[in-house]
Write a protein that binds this ligand. Sequence first.
Ligand SMILES: Nc1ncnc2c1ncn2[C@@H]1O[C@H](COP(=O)(O)OP(=O)(O)OP(=O)(O)O)[C@@H](O)[C@H]1O
Length: 597
Amino acid sequence: MALLKARREWVFFGTLWRSHRRLTAVWWALILFQGVLPAGFVVAVGSLIGAVADGSPLLAPLLLIGVVFVLMQVTTPLHNQVGSLLGEHVSDRLHDRLLVAAGTPEGLAHLENREHMDELTAARDFDLGMTGPPLHMSMGFIAGGLVEAIAGLAQAVVLAAYAWWAPLLVGGAWLSTHWLLRESTQWDRNTGEVLDAQRRAEYSYRLAVDSPAAKEIRLFGLASWLTDRFASERRTLVELRWHTTRLRQKPMGWAVAVLTVSGGLFFWSLGRDAASGAIDLGQVSTFAYAAVGASALAFGGLNWALSLAADGVAAVLRVERTMSSSAEARSVVSGRTPAEGMPAAEIRFRDVTFAYPGMSAPVLDGLDLTIPAGSSLAVVGVNGAGKSTLVKLLCRLYDPVSGTIEVDGTDLKELDLDSWRRRISAIFQDFIRYELSLKDNVAPLGAVTEEVADALRTAGAADLRDLDRILSSGYENGTDLSGGQWQRVALARVLYAVGRGAGVVVLDEPTAQLDVRGEAEVFDRVLEATRGCTTVLISHRFSTVRRADRICVVDRGRVVELGSHDELMVLGGTYKRLFELQATRFNEEQDGADCAG
Ligand SMILES: Nc1ncnc2c1ncn2[C@@H]1O[C@H](COP(=O)(O)OP(=O)(O)OP(=O)(O)O)[C@@H](O)[C@H]1O
C-alpha cells in the first residue's frame, strides 16, 4: 500500500515535469533554495550574537542577516506564483487529456458504465476544489511542506557542528513526528465518502438555484425538503472532517512527547556545555535556534496536499488507461471501407439482437428490416419497444450483440466510421440545445449564412432572424426559445447537414413539440427537403407517420408489421388499431374545441 502511494506521488512529480519542464525545474530550485535559507539565517544570527559578545565588527554578520532576510521575503511570493502557474498548466493539460480520453471512444457504452462514470467523475472533479484545493493552490501547500521538510533537515545538519549525535536526535525526532502525523491524511481514506456527500450536496444546491428545476421545486413544494437535504449532506461533511480531526489526537500526543524528550535531552546538553564554557554565546544561540527550527511539529500538510494532488492526477491517468483498454470503450471500432454515396441500394437489418451493456433482456430480438435507399420509413410502437435503439445502432453508437446491419451488402462495422457518420444526420428526442449563437446551433462546425437561413426557413423557423444571437438567456443579449422553436432549430441542423451531403436522415420524434398545424406544415417541407435521402422517422403522431413511404411496427424487439399506410390499414392489425385510436381522440378533441368556441 505504502509502495503504491509512493508510486502515485512519483507519478504526480513526473507529470509536473512532463507538463512543463522549465517551470518545474524553477519550482524545485526555489524549494531547495527556500529550504536552506532558514539554516543560513540561524547561522547569521549566531555569528552576530558571537560578534557582539566578542566585540568584533558587526557589519559582515549584519549584512548576511539582511541578505538572507530579503531573500526569504522575496522568494516566497515568487515561489507561490511559479507554483500556481505550474498548477494551472498541469491542470489544463490534464483536462485536455481527460476530454480526449472520454471523447475518443466511438460508442456510448463507456459513458454509461457505472464504474467508468465514477472514474470519470473523480477525474473531472479533481480540480474543482470539492475534496481539496484545486491544483494551482495545492502547489503552494506542497511547496510549503517540502520547504519545511528541507528547512528542518538543513537546520538539523547545522547541529552536526555541535555534536555528531545532535542532528540524529533532533532530526530523527522531527522526522518521526512526520511519520506519526501522517494520519492527518486520513482525509484521504474518506475521499469516497466525502465525494459522495459532496456530490449529493452539490446536486441539492443546483436543484435549488438552477432555473430549469425551479418550476417543479416550487410547484411540488419541494423547497424545504431540498434545504433539509442540503443541510444534512453538509452536516455529513462536517462530521467526516471532525472525525478526521479527532483521529489526529493520539498521534499528536505521541509527537509532542517525542519532541519534548529529544528537545529536553538536547537543551540539557547545550545548557551544560554553555555553563562550562565549552561553547561561546554565538554558538549557543546558533545551535538553539537550529534545534528549534528542526523541531517544529509537522502537521501533515505535505502529506495531505500531495496525496490529494496525486489522487487527482492518478484519476485522470486511470481514465486514460480505462478508455484505451476497457471492453466498453472499445465496443465500437471503425472499419476501413469509405461510405461515400452509401446507401445506393438498401440498408438491411439481418436478425439483429441487441441488449444494452449490463442488461440481460434484449431490446431488439432477431429484428429483420430492409430500408430501400432513397425511401422514407416510419417506425412506430409502444414506449420502450426499441425504436430509438434501432436508430442508435444505425448510427453505430452501439453494435448489435448478434446479427448484422448491412449497407449495400457491406457490414456496417466494416465502414469507416467518420465517413459513415458524415452520411448520417439525426435529430434525437433529447437533442442538444447548444449555448451558442443561432447560426452555430444550426451548423456547429461553421456555416454559410445563406444556407443556415434556408435551413431555418424550411424548418419553419424563419421568424428567428438574428443568427448571431446566443440561444441562452445566461449571456449578455442572449435569449431562450420555446420548446417548439428549439425543435425547429434542431430540425434546421439536420436539414443543413442534408444540404452538405448527408444522405441518411434519422428523425426521432422530430415534431413532438410542434403544434398540430405547424407539425403538418413543417413535416411536409422536411420531407420535400430530404427527398432522395434514406429517411427513418420515429413518431407517435400518426398524422406524421402516414406520410412516410413505408411504416413498420416494432413490438418486443421485432418488426411485426411492415407496409404503406394504406396496406397496413387494410391489414387491420396493430397499426390500424393505434391509428384509429388516435384519430378518434383527435376528432373528439376537435369537436370539444369547436363546441367551446
Ligand atoms: N442507455 C440505455 N441503457 C440501458 N437501457 C436502455 C438505454 N436506453 C434505452 N434503454 C432501454 O431499452 C428499451 C428500449 O428503449 P428505446 O429508447 O429504444 O425505446 P423507444 O421505443 O424509443 O421508446 P419511446 O417511445 O418511449 O421513445 C427500454 O426498456 C429502455 O429502458
